[in-house]
Design a protein around this ligand. Structure first.
Ligand SMILES: [Zn+2]
Length: 231
């Protein structure tokens, strides 16, 4: 019965090869790349919008401060006419302070406005990429489907062979096998040799060995492949 399962696996390997070939194809890769990218677009867009809102708020704040400073600065026009020397020195110092604050605010505004320009550019880039990826998705979905169709005859031939062999395999073995078949790892079934799993080389415990004697086929606790013992 184990022999039948091994025979099943041997034929199933051909099916697995076709599946791998399809997954490795340029058609599938390009399609999957587009799908993956498009999944991230909503998040990327939301991030850009959140950043834009915060930049706008920052800009509004800086401009309010600039306006206030500009008003304060205007109050110093005509200070040269003040005759009291101490007062004049004080006012000149104050005016210089305001001018320096004004200049640093202007620099901050310029920096922020550069960030806004960059953000606009990245938004435009995102939109352009989205458009390109949408058309890549459509194009390669079709191409991939074509490729799958080409392999369909070959695949169904193998599947028919598998169905025939499956009739001679106990259903609990086959169920275990099919569950593992969903993983990318292949082969699935390995023989026990000198108490070791031949898939990963781990030595089985006494408990596992006695389970294996009873159940004939168990899952390796280390690599999760199926180990069998010949009857
Ligand atoms: Zn193992």
């Amino acid at each position: 019965m184990i022999e039948k399962l091994l025979e099943y696996q041997k034929i199933d390997a051909d099916l697995k090869n076709i599946e791998n070939e399809l997954k490795k194809s340029e058609e599938f890769k390009k399609y999957a790349q587009a799908v993956k990218f498009l999944k991230t677009v909503t998040d990327s867009k939301a991030q850009i919008e959140a950043k834009a809102a915060s930049l706008l708020l920052g800009m509004q704040n800086l401009q309010d401060r600039l306006k206030k400073l500009s008003d304060d600065k205007n109050e110093f026009t005509g200070i040269d006419e003040v005759e009291d020397e101490n007062m004049l020195a004080f006012l000149k110092k104050k005016s210089a302070e305001l001018s320096s604050q004004y200049a640093s605010l202007e620099a901050e505004i310029e920096k922020l406005s550069k960030e806004m320009t960059e953000l606009t550019l990245s938004y435009k880039k995102l939109m352009a990429n989205t458009k390109a990826m949408l058309s890549q998705q459509d194009e390669y979905k079709l191409k991939y489907e074509e490729l799958c169709k080409e392999k369909e005859t070959e695949k169904s031939k193998i599947k028919k062979q598998l169905e025939l062999i499956a009739k001679d395999i106990p259903s609990e073995y086959l169920a275990k096998y099919k569950e593992k078949r969903k993983d990318p790892k292949f082969p699935i079934v390995y023989e026990l040799k000198d108490k070791h799993c031949t898939a990963c080389g781990t030595e089985l415990s006494q408990l596992e060995l006695s389970r294996l004697k009873n159940e004939k086929i168990i899952e390796c606790e280390n690599c999760r492949r199926l180990i069998f013992i010949k009857e």
